[in-house]
Write a protein that binds this ligand. Sequence first.
Ligand code: COS
Length: 383
Amino acid sequence: MDLSLTEDQLAFQSLTREFLDREVVPHRTEWDRAESVDTAIIAKMGELGIMGLTIPEEYGGVGMDTMTYALAMEELGRADSSVRGIVSVSNGLCGKSILAYGTEEQKQRWLTPIAQGTAVGCFGLTEPDNGSDAGNLRTRARREGDDFVIDGSKVFITNGTWADVCLLFARTGGEGHRGISAFLVPTDTPGFERREIKGKLGLRGQATSELTFTGMRVPADAMLGEEGQGFKIAMSTLDKGRISVAAGCVGIVRACLEETVAYAQQRTQFGRPIAGFQMVQDIIAEISVDADAARLLVWRAADLVDRGEPFGVAASKAKLFASEAAVRSANLAIQAFGGYGFIDEYPVQKFMRDARVMTLYEGTSQIQKLLIGRHETGISAFL
Ligand code: COS
Protein backbone atom coordinates (compact mmCIF):
# COMPACT_ATOMS: atom_id res chain seq x y z
CA MET A 1 0.00 0.00 0.00
CA ASP A 2 1.59 3.29 -1.07
CA LEU A 3 0.58 6.73 0.11
CA SER A 4 3.16 9.15 -1.20
CA LEU A 5 6.15 7.93 0.79
CA THR A 6 9.38 9.79 0.06
CA GLU A 7 12.30 8.15 -1.71
CA ASP A 8 14.29 8.18 1.54
CA GLN A 9 11.47 6.47 3.40
CA LEU A 10 11.07 3.81 0.70
CA ALA A 11 14.83 3.25 0.58
CA PHE A 12 15.10 2.75 4.34
CA GLN A 13 12.06 0.48 4.29
CA SER A 14 13.63 -1.86 1.72
CA LEU A 15 17.05 -1.70 3.37
CA THR A 16 15.45 -2.77 6.67
CA ARG A 17 13.40 -5.52 5.00
CA GLU A 18 16.43 -7.00 3.21
CA PHE A 19 18.48 -6.90 6.40
CA LEU A 20 15.77 -8.61 8.45
CA ASP A 21 15.09 -11.24 5.78
CA ARG A 22 18.78 -12.10 5.91
CA GLU A 23 19.64 -11.70 9.61
CA VAL A 24 16.41 -12.39 11.53
CA VAL A 25 13.77 -14.36 9.63
CA PRO A 26 15.98 -17.48 9.17
CA HIS A 27 16.71 -17.57 12.94
CA ARG A 28 13.40 -16.63 14.54
CA THR A 29 12.17 -20.17 15.13
CA GLU A 30 15.44 -21.23 16.74
CA TRP A 31 15.47 -18.07 18.92
CA ASP A 32 11.86 -18.69 19.89
CA ARG A 33 12.65 -22.27 20.91
CA ALA A 34 15.78 -21.23 22.81
CA GLU A 35 13.91 -18.37 24.52
CA SER A 36 16.65 -15.97 23.48
CA VAL A 37 17.59 -14.09 20.36
CA ASP A 38 21.30 -13.95 19.53
CA THR A 39 22.08 -10.57 21.10
CA ALA A 40 24.68 -9.91 18.39
CA ILE A 41 21.67 -8.78 16.36
CA ILE A 42 21.56 -5.59 18.46
CA ALA A 43 24.99 -4.40 17.33
CA LYS A 44 24.18 -5.34 13.73
CA MET A 45 21.00 -3.27 13.89
CA GLY A 46 23.05 -0.48 15.43
CA GLU A 47 25.37 -0.46 12.43
CA LEU A 48 22.40 -0.11 10.10
CA GLY A 49 20.94 2.77 12.13
CA ILE A 50 17.91 0.85 13.41
CA MET A 51 18.82 1.39 17.08
CA GLY A 52 18.88 5.17 16.62
CA LEU A 53 16.27 5.83 13.99
CA THR A 54 14.75 9.04 15.27
CA ILE A 55 17.79 10.08 17.32
CA PRO A 56 19.63 13.06 15.77
CA GLU A 57 23.00 12.41 14.14
CA GLU A 58 24.80 14.50 16.77
CA TYR A 59 23.84 11.80 19.30
CA GLY A 60 24.81 8.86 17.11
CA GLY A 61 21.42 8.27 15.47
CA VAL A 62 20.29 8.61 11.88
CA GLY A 63 17.73 11.37 12.49
CA MET A 64 14.80 9.89 10.56
CA ASP A 65 11.22 11.08 10.92
CA THR A 66 8.50 9.21 12.80
CA MET A 67 6.97 7.90 9.57
CA THR A 68 10.26 6.17 8.69
CA TYR A 69 10.38 4.84 12.25
CA ALA A 70 6.89 3.39 11.79
CA LEU A 71 7.91 1.80 8.49
CA ALA A 72 10.91 0.18 10.15
CA MET A 73 8.78 -1.04 13.07
CA GLU A 74 6.37 -2.65 10.60
CA GLU A 75 9.28 -4.49 8.98
CA LEU A 76 10.56 -5.57 12.40
CA GLY A 77 7.10 -6.77 13.42
CA ARG A 78 6.83 -8.75 10.20
CA ALA A 79 10.19 -10.40 10.86
CA ASP A 80 10.16 -11.05 14.62
CA SER A 81 8.24 -9.18 17.32
CA SER A 82 10.88 -10.12 19.90
CA VAL A 83 13.47 -8.15 17.96
CA ARG A 84 11.01 -5.31 17.37
CA GLY A 85 10.46 -5.07 21.12
CA ILE A 86 14.18 -4.73 21.82
CA VAL A 87 14.38 -1.77 19.44
CA SER A 88 11.12 -0.14 20.52
CA VAL A 89 12.08 -0.14 24.16
CA SER A 90 15.76 0.80 23.88
CA ASN A 91 15.58 3.32 21.07
CA GLY A 92 11.96 4.32 21.63
CA LEU A 93 10.84 4.35 25.24
CA CYS A 94 14.27 4.85 26.79
CA GLY A 95 16.17 6.75 24.04
CA LYS A 96 13.40 9.15 23.13
CA SER A 97 12.79 10.02 26.78
CA ILE A 98 16.46 10.90 27.19
CA LEU A 99 16.35 12.94 24.00
CA ALA A 100 13.29 14.86 25.15
CA TYR A 101 14.15 15.38 28.82
CA GLY A 102 17.86 14.65 29.29
CA THR A 103 20.67 17.04 30.12
CA GLU A 104 23.54 17.30 27.64
CA GLU A 105 25.63 15.09 29.90
CA GLN A 106 22.90 12.41 30.10
CA LYS A 107 22.53 12.46 26.32
CA GLN A 108 26.26 12.05 25.78
CA ARG A 109 26.50 9.29 28.34
CA TRP A 110 23.45 7.20 27.38
CA LEU A 111 21.76 8.36 24.22
CA THR A 112 24.74 8.03 21.89
CA PRO A 113 25.56 4.39 22.81
CA ILE A 114 21.87 3.47 22.74
CA ALA A 115 21.52 4.98 19.26
CA GLN A 116 24.56 3.08 18.06
CA GLY A 117 23.47 -0.24 19.54
CA THR A 118 26.46 -0.46 21.88
CA ALA A 119 24.24 -0.01 24.93
CA VAL A 120 20.68 -1.13 25.61
CA GLY A 121 18.02 0.68 27.60
CA CYS A 122 14.94 -0.56 29.43
CA PHE A 123 11.84 1.21 30.77
CA GLY A 124 11.03 0.49 34.41
CA LEU A 125 7.45 1.58 35.02
CA THR A 126 5.25 -1.48 35.65
CA GLU A 127 5.25 -2.98 39.14
CA PRO A 128 3.83 -6.23 40.51
CA ASP A 129 0.86 -4.33 41.99
CA ASN A 130 0.64 -1.41 39.53
CA GLY A 131 0.22 -2.00 35.80
CA SER A 132 -2.56 0.13 34.30
CA ASP A 133 -2.63 2.27 37.46
CA ALA A 134 0.87 3.61 36.84
CA GLY A 135 0.23 6.80 38.84
CA ASN A 136 0.16 4.77 42.06
CA LEU A 137 3.51 3.02 41.71
CA ARG A 138 5.28 2.21 44.97
CA THR A 139 9.00 2.06 44.25
CA ARG A 140 10.41 4.68 46.58
CA ALA A 141 13.40 7.04 46.06
CA ARG A 142 14.47 8.70 49.32
CA ARG A 143 16.77 11.73 49.28
CA GLU A 144 19.99 11.32 51.31
CA GLY A 145 22.38 14.24 50.89
CA ASP A 146 23.48 14.37 47.26
CA ASP A 147 22.00 10.93 46.52
CA PHE A 148 18.70 9.13 46.21
CA VAL A 149 18.32 5.69 47.77
CA ILE A 150 15.84 3.53 45.86
CA ASP A 151 13.88 0.51 47.11
CA GLY A 152 11.19 -1.39 45.26
CA SER A 153 10.56 -3.65 42.31
CA LYS A 154 9.43 -3.72 38.69
CA VAL A 155 8.02 -6.53 36.57
CA PHE A 156 7.58 -7.44 32.88
CA ILE A 157 10.50 -5.22 31.90
CA THR A 158 11.56 -5.74 28.28
CA ASN A 159 15.36 -5.82 27.90
CA GLY A 160 15.67 -5.91 31.69
CA THR A 161 18.26 -8.66 31.69
CA TRP A 162 20.46 -7.14 28.98
CA ALA A 163 20.02 -3.46 29.63
CA ASP A 164 22.95 -1.20 30.50
CA VAL A 165 20.65 1.54 31.73
CA CYS A 166 17.18 1.53 33.21
CA LEU A 167 14.83 4.48 32.93
CA LEU A 168 13.28 3.97 36.32
CA PHE A 169 10.17 5.60 37.72
CA ALA A 170 10.08 5.96 41.49
CA ARG A 171 8.19 7.92 44.11
CA THR A 172 10.14 10.89 45.47
CA GLY A 173 7.10 12.71 46.84
CA GLY A 174 3.59 12.03 48.12
CA GLU A 175 0.74 9.93 46.79
CA GLY A 176 -0.46 10.11 43.19
CA HIS A 177 1.16 10.90 39.87
CA ARG A 178 2.74 14.19 40.99
CA GLY A 179 4.99 12.35 43.45
CA ILE A 180 6.78 10.37 40.74
CA SER A 181 10.24 11.14 39.32
CA ALA A 182 12.35 9.46 36.64
CA PHE A 183 15.95 8.26 37.03
CA LEU A 184 18.58 6.92 34.65
CA VAL A 185 20.13 4.06 36.58
CA PRO A 186 23.15 2.07 35.35
CA THR A 187 22.18 -1.57 35.75
CA ASP A 188 25.50 -2.39 37.46
CA THR A 189 24.60 -0.14 40.38
CA PRO A 190 24.91 -2.08 43.69
CA GLY A 191 21.42 -3.07 44.85
CA PHE A 192 20.07 -3.48 41.30
CA GLU A 193 19.07 -7.11 40.76
CA ARG A 194 17.35 -8.74 37.82
CA ARG A 195 15.74 -12.05 37.09
CA GLU A 196 14.60 -13.15 33.68
CA ILE A 197 10.99 -14.33 33.41
CA LYS A 198 10.87 -17.60 31.46
CA GLY A 199 7.97 -19.59 30.08
CA LYS A 200 6.18 -16.74 28.30
CA LEU A 201 3.45 -17.49 25.75
CA GLY A 202 5.08 -15.23 23.16
CA LEU A 203 7.99 -12.84 22.65
CA ARG A 204 10.09 -15.71 23.87
CA GLY A 205 13.27 -14.47 22.21
CA GLN A 206 13.15 -11.23 24.14
CA ALA A 207 14.44 -10.85 27.69
CA THR A 208 11.52 -9.92 29.95
CA SER A 209 12.59 -9.39 33.51
CA GLU A 210 11.72 -8.72 37.09
CA LEU A 211 13.88 -6.02 38.70
CA THR A 212 14.43 -5.43 42.40
CA PHE A 213 16.17 -2.50 44.05
CA THR A 214 17.46 -2.74 47.57
CA GLY A 215 19.13 0.28 49.13
CA MET A 216 20.22 1.25 45.62
CA ARG A 217 22.09 4.56 45.78
CA VAL A 218 22.18 6.88 42.76
CA PRO A 219 23.46 10.45 42.58
CA ALA A 220 20.86 13.22 42.34
CA ASP A 221 22.02 14.04 38.82
CA ALA A 222 20.73 10.61 37.70
CA MET A 223 17.26 12.18 37.73
CA LEU A 224 15.76 12.64 34.26
CA GLY A 225 13.77 15.85 33.98
CA GLU A 226 12.56 17.57 37.11
CA GLU A 227 11.47 16.15 40.42
CA GLY A 228 7.77 15.20 40.19
CA GLN A 229 7.83 15.15 36.37
CA GLY A 230 8.17 11.38 36.09
CA PHE A 231 4.56 10.53 35.32
CA LYS A 232 4.40 13.05 32.48
CA ILE A 233 7.64 11.69 31.08
CA ALA A 234 6.21 8.17 31.19
CA MET A 235 2.88 9.14 29.64
CA SER A 236 4.29 11.28 26.83
CA THR A 237 6.84 8.57 26.02
CA LEU A 238 4.15 5.88 25.99
CA ASP A 239 2.11 7.93 23.50
CA LYS A 240 4.94 7.48 21.01
CA GLY A 241 5.61 3.92 22.13
CA ARG A 242 2.03 3.02 21.25
CA ILE A 243 2.69 4.02 17.63
CA SER A 244 5.67 1.71 17.65
CA VAL A 245 3.66 -1.23 19.03
CA ALA A 246 0.88 -0.52 16.53
CA ALA A 247 3.33 -0.43 13.61
CA GLY A 248 4.82 -3.72 14.79
CA CYS A 249 1.31 -5.18 14.82
CA VAL A 250 0.81 -4.06 11.21
CA GLY A 251 3.92 -6.09 10.49
CA ILE A 252 2.37 -9.15 12.18
CA VAL A 253 -0.82 -8.75 10.16
CA ARG A 254 1.20 -8.41 6.96
CA ALA A 255 3.24 -11.47 7.80
CA CYS A 256 0.00 -13.41 8.39
CA LEU A 257 -1.25 -12.27 4.99
CA GLU A 258 1.96 -13.16 3.15
CA GLU A 259 2.27 -16.56 4.79
CA THR A 260 -1.40 -17.44 4.34
CA VAL A 261 -1.47 -16.46 0.67
CA ALA A 262 1.72 -18.41 -0.07
CA TYR A 263 0.46 -21.47 1.80
CA ALA A 264 -3.01 -21.34 0.24
CA GLN A 265 -1.52 -21.15 -3.25
CA GLN A 266 0.54 -24.30 -2.82
CA ARG A 267 -1.63 -26.41 -0.52
CA THR A 268 -4.09 -28.55 -2.45
CA GLN A 269 -7.25 -30.23 -1.15
CA PHE A 270 -10.09 -31.77 -3.14
CA GLY A 271 -7.79 -31.58 -6.18
CA ARG A 272 -7.14 -27.83 -6.24
CA PRO A 273 -5.21 -25.12 -4.35
CA ILE A 274 -7.11 -24.06 -1.25
CA ALA A 275 -6.59 -20.43 -2.35
CA GLY A 276 -9.44 -21.09 -4.79
CA PHE A 277 -11.93 -21.85 -2.01
CA GLN A 278 -14.33 -19.08 -1.05
CA MET A 279 -13.89 -19.58 2.70
CA VAL A 280 -10.11 -19.35 2.42
CA GLN A 281 -10.47 -16.17 0.38
CA ASP A 282 -12.77 -14.86 3.11
CA ILE A 283 -9.91 -15.34 5.59
CA ILE A 284 -7.39 -13.71 3.26
CA ALA A 285 -9.68 -10.75 2.58
CA GLU A 286 -10.27 -10.17 6.30
CA ILE A 287 -6.53 -10.14 7.00
CA SER A 288 -5.81 -7.93 3.98
CA VAL A 289 -8.33 -5.28 5.04
CA ASP A 290 -7.03 -5.37 8.62
CA ALA A 291 -3.49 -4.77 7.33
CA ASP A 292 -4.50 -1.70 5.34
CA ALA A 293 -6.79 -0.26 8.01
CA ALA A 294 -4.22 -0.70 10.78
CA ARG A 295 -1.46 0.77 8.63
CA LEU A 296 -3.52 3.85 7.78
CA LEU A 297 -4.17 4.49 11.49
CA VAL A 298 -0.45 4.12 12.22
CA TRP A 299 0.57 6.42 9.39
CA ARG A 300 -1.96 9.04 10.49
CA ALA A 301 -0.52 9.01 14.02
CA ALA A 302 3.09 9.11 12.75
CA ASP A 303 2.26 11.95 10.39
CA LEU A 304 0.73 13.97 13.25
CA VAL A 305 3.96 13.53 15.25
CA ASP A 306 6.06 14.67 12.29
CA ARG A 307 3.86 17.74 11.79
CA GLY A 308 4.08 18.65 15.49
CA GLU A 309 0.34 18.16 16.03
CA PRO A 310 -1.31 16.46 19.06
CA PHE A 311 -1.20 12.73 18.40
CA GLY A 312 -2.02 10.93 21.67
CA VAL A 313 -5.56 9.87 20.80
CA ALA A 314 -4.52 8.89 17.26
CA ALA A 315 -1.78 6.74 18.80
CA SER A 316 -4.30 5.08 21.13
CA LYS A 317 -6.64 4.34 18.21
CA ALA A 318 -3.79 2.90 16.15
CA LYS A 319 -2.58 0.76 19.06
CA LEU A 320 -6.08 -0.48 19.91
CA PHE A 321 -7.02 -1.40 16.37
CA ALA A 322 -3.67 -2.79 15.21
CA SER A 323 -3.12 -4.98 18.28
CA GLU A 324 -6.61 -6.47 18.11
CA ALA A 325 -6.15 -6.92 14.33
CA ALA A 326 -2.88 -8.78 14.91
CA VAL A 327 -4.58 -11.27 17.26
CA ARG A 328 -7.51 -11.66 14.86
CA SER A 329 -5.30 -12.12 11.80
CA ALA A 330 -2.97 -14.62 13.41
CA ASN A 331 -5.96 -16.63 14.59
CA LEU A 332 -7.42 -16.63 11.07
CA ALA A 333 -4.06 -17.54 9.55
CA ILE A 334 -3.87 -20.61 11.78
CA GLN A 335 -7.35 -21.58 10.62
CA ALA A 336 -6.24 -21.43 6.98
CA PHE A 337 -3.13 -23.49 7.75
CA GLY A 338 -5.13 -26.16 9.57
CA GLY A 339 -2.95 -28.57 11.56
CA TYR A 340 0.22 -27.09 10.06
CA GLY A 341 -0.67 -23.80 11.69
CA PHE A 342 -0.38 -25.46 15.07
CA ILE A 343 3.28 -26.50 14.81
CA ASP A 344 6.38 -24.36 14.67
CA GLU A 345 7.49 -25.64 11.28
CA TYR A 346 5.40 -22.68 10.07
CA PRO A 347 5.52 -19.25 11.71
CA VAL A 348 1.82 -18.46 12.10
CA GLN A 349 1.58 -20.02 15.57
CA LYS A 350 4.44 -17.72 16.64
CA PHE A 351 2.58 -14.72 15.22
CA MET A 352 -0.42 -15.71 17.32
CA ARG A 353 1.64 -16.12 20.50
CA ASP A 354 3.56 -12.88 19.92
CA ALA A 355 0.43 -10.92 18.99
CA ARG A 356 -1.35 -11.82 22.19
CA VAL A 357 0.68 -9.51 24.43
CA MET A 358 0.17 -6.54 22.10
CA THR A 359 -3.31 -5.93 23.52
CA LEU A 360 -1.79 -5.90 27.01
CA TYR A 361 1.47 -3.97 27.12
CA GLU A 362 2.08 -0.24 26.70
CA GLY A 363 -1.54 0.22 27.76
CA THR A 364 -4.17 -2.52 27.47
CA SER A 365 -6.96 -2.31 24.90
CA GLN A 366 -9.24 -1.29 27.77
CA ILE A 367 -6.95 1.64 28.71
CA GLN A 368 -6.86 2.76 25.05
CA LYS A 369 -10.67 2.66 24.92
CA LEU A 370 -10.91 4.77 28.08
CA LEU A 371 -8.45 7.32 26.67
CA ILE A 372 -10.45 7.50 23.41
CA GLY A 373 -13.75 7.60 25.31
CA ARG A 374 -12.50 10.43 27.54
CA HIS A 375 -11.42 12.37 24.47
CA GLU A 376 -14.80 11.90 22.80
CA THR A 377 -16.97 12.66 25.83
CA GLY A 378 -14.82 14.99 27.90
CA ILE A 379 -15.52 12.75 30.91
CA SER A 380 -12.86 10.58 32.57
CA ALA A 381 -13.97 7.06 33.43
CA PHE A 382 -10.69 6.23 35.18
CA LEU A 383 -11.84 7.07 38.70
N1 COS B 1 1.48 13.33 27.96
C1 COS B 1 1.87 14.24 28.87
N2 COS B 1 1.27 14.40 30.06
C2 COS B 1 0.23 13.59 30.32
C3 COS B 1 -0.21 12.62 29.42
C4 COS B 1 0.44 12.52 28.19
N3 COS B 1 0.05 11.61 27.29
N4 COS B 1 -1.26 11.96 29.97
C5 COS B 1 -1.46 12.50 31.17
N5 COS B 1 -0.56 13.47 31.39
C6 COS B 1 -0.46 14.33 32.56
C7 COS B 1 -1.76 15.14 32.69
O1 COS B 1 -1.63 16.36 32.00
C8 COS B 1 -1.87 15.34 34.17
O2 COS B 1 -1.03 16.40 34.56
P1 COS B 1 -1.41 17.42 35.77
O3 COS B 1 -1.16 16.69 37.02
O4 COS B 1 -0.45 18.56 35.60
O5 COS B 1 -2.83 17.80 35.59
C9 COS B 1 -1.28 14.06 34.73
O6 COS B 1 -0.42 13.53 33.73
C10 COS B 1 -2.32 13.04 35.11
O7 COS B 1 -3.06 12.79 33.97
P2 COS B 1 -4.40 11.95 33.97
O8 COS B 1 -5.36 12.55 34.93
O9 COS B 1 -4.80 11.75 32.57
O10 COS B 1 -3.94 10.56 34.54
P3 COS B 1 -4.90 9.46 35.00
O11 COS B 1 -4.37 9.07 36.32
O12 COS B 1 -6.34 9.81 34.89
O13 COS B 1 -4.76 8.30 33.90
C11 COS B 1 -3.82 6.44 32.84
C12 COS B 1 -3.71 7.62 33.79
C13 COS B 1 -4.69 5.30 33.33
C14 COS B 1 -4.23 6.88 31.47
C15 COS B 1 -2.37 6.04 32.85
O14 COS B 1 -2.02 5.64 34.14
C16 COS B 1 -2.01 5.01 31.84
O15 COS B 1 -1.80 5.31 30.67
N6 COS B 1 -1.89 3.76 32.31
C17 COS B 1 -1.37 2.72 31.47
C18 COS B 1 0.07 2.60 31.77
C19 COS B 1 0.76 1.80 30.74
O16 COS B 1 0.61 2.02 29.55
N7 COS B 1 1.55 0.87 31.22
C20 COS B 1 2.35 0.09 30.36
C21 COS B 1 3.76 0.30 30.80
S1 COS B 1 4.94 -0.04 29.61
S2 COS B 1 4.71 -1.91 29.16
